[in-house]
Design a protein around this ligand. Structure first.
Ligand code: SF4
Length: 413
């Protein structure tokens, strides 16, 4: 039996569980998930062990769930870094951590008008969700008031745009204040397995992360919580983390691929191949079939030329740049959606050819806005960092962000 062949005989779960050693029949697994089956740990392990030669077939099978729940839409999200660096926490993967030597942009809170302006540029680029992020363990009540003002202003200008806040660990009453201001969602990633967490961070606990997501849910905010993969987790720990997200009922699941910034403890850590990344995304799709699955930071350097293939299982991504590093040129992001036959969420009733043309026009408009910034002459259309062009889908080290929020340069949006 090939890995994706639909079994002629429908076996019950108990029979399958005891059938150790059989090749994974992904098409049959997808059919059972559609009928309500909950993926088991042994099945999840088999998904991660699918050989390279059969990984595209795995993606195709898992992609039927993506199409069932999200059709051919891609949700475009846009990050605004409200406060960058200077964090007293010690998360090993983070360029903003205590003691980080990474030469990232460091600035305190953006003014509300600047934050709303930056968000609006992402909306013009096709984003239907804006993620407002600040470094730090968690906000003070004054910080929450500040972000609430930004959310209100953003909602006044763009009432149909979803706003997600990401401010760290919340204290009592803070999620409620954000909800009252109009925020739709709150992001706080579990990041990795509880069993690995003590090696990843010592200044706050895994349980505090769970509690914050639960707090946001109780306040009526849509929970957004996801992963960073490539930290050195075992397959079992990866499954532990994905199952925790399933238990948490996270509505949207960003999957970040470690960007090993120079000057951080995980500098030089490259543990993923592009096909590993596809298997991980396929696993999350199979385990959390109807949830928004977002390919997030590091997709360019880890998925490389397979980014558009990943859209077959992931139905969401971040447009343009990340918090402290530059992403692929936003025009390429939009072209990737159109080229792969997808449409941007919110524009799905439109003729795809027309949408594609419009996206290119929007990208061209943003490109022309960036011409005031110095360029390396590569023709990518972006303002260049001193290190040269961003990852651009070609892999390589993280390129530190030098445009957008906190700079005088136009963003990559
Ligand atoms: S992940 Fe957040 S809390 Fe951890 S070091 Fe980075 S900014 Fe600070």
């Amino acid at each position: 039996m090939t890995p994706t062949q639909v079994s002629a005989t429908v076996l019950d779960d108990e029979t399958r569980e005891s059938d150790a050693g059989d090749a994974l029949d992904v098409a049959d697994l997808v059919a059972r998930i559609t009928a309500g089956h909950v993926v088991t740990e042994s099945e999840a392990l088999q998904v991660l062990e699918v050989p390279d030669s059969e990984t595209l077939a795995l993606v195709g099978a898992a992609g039927t769930l993506r199409r069932k729940y999200f059709g051919n839409t891609v949700k475009v999200n846009y990050l605004v870094n409200l406060k960058s660096g200077l964090c007293p926490e010690d998360c090993t993967y983070c360029s903003q951590r205590l003691g980080s030597k990474a030469e990232i942009l460091k600035y305190s809170w953006l003014k509300p008008e600047e934050a709303v302006h930056q968000a609006g540029l992402g909306v013009a680029g096709g984003a239907s969700r804006v993620c407002m992020v600040a470094s730090g363990k968690g906000p003070s009540n004054r910080d929450v008031d500040r972000v609430a003002t930004m959310v209100e202003q953003l909602k006044d200008e763009h009432p149909h745009i979803e706003v997600c806040a990401c401010l760290g660990i919340l204290k009592d009453g803070q999620a409620e204040k954000l909800k009252a201001a109009g925020a739709d969602a709150y992001n706080h990633n579990l990041n990795t397995a509880e069993s690995l967490y003590p090696q990843i961070c010592s200044t706050h606990s895994y349980q505090e992360r769970i509690d914050t997501v639960e707090h946001a849910k109780t306040a009526g905010l849509s929970p957004c919580s996801g992963l960073i993969v490539g930290l050195g987790e075992t397959p079992e720990q990866l499954i532990e983390a994905v199952f925790a997200l399933r238990d948490l009922e996270s509505d949207s699941i960003p999957v970040n691929f470690l960007m090993p910034f120079d000057g951080t403890p995980l500098e030089g850590t490259w543990l993923l191949t592009p096909l590993d990344c596809l298997r991980i995304l396929a696993l999350v799709r199979l385990v959390c079939a109807d949830k928004e699955l977002r390919m997030a930071g590091g997709r360019e350097m880890h998925l490389r030329s397979l980014q558009s293939t990943a859209l077959e299982v992931a139905n969401s991504f971040f447009l343009g740049d990340y918090l402290t590093s530059e992403g692929q040129d936003a025009q390429k992001d939009l072209e990737m959606i159109a080229d792969a036959g997808f449409v941007v969420l919110g524009q799905e009733s439109r003729d795809p050819v027309e949408v594609s043309a419009e996206l290119r026009q929007a990208a061209a408009k943003v490109t022309s806005q960036t011409t005031e910034a110095p360029s390396c002459g590569s023709g990518c259309g972006s303002a260049c960092a001193p290190q040269g062009c961003g990852p651009g889908g070609g892999g390589g080290e993280p390129v530190l962000r030098r445009r957008g929020a906190g700079t005088g340069q136009s963003p990559n949006a």
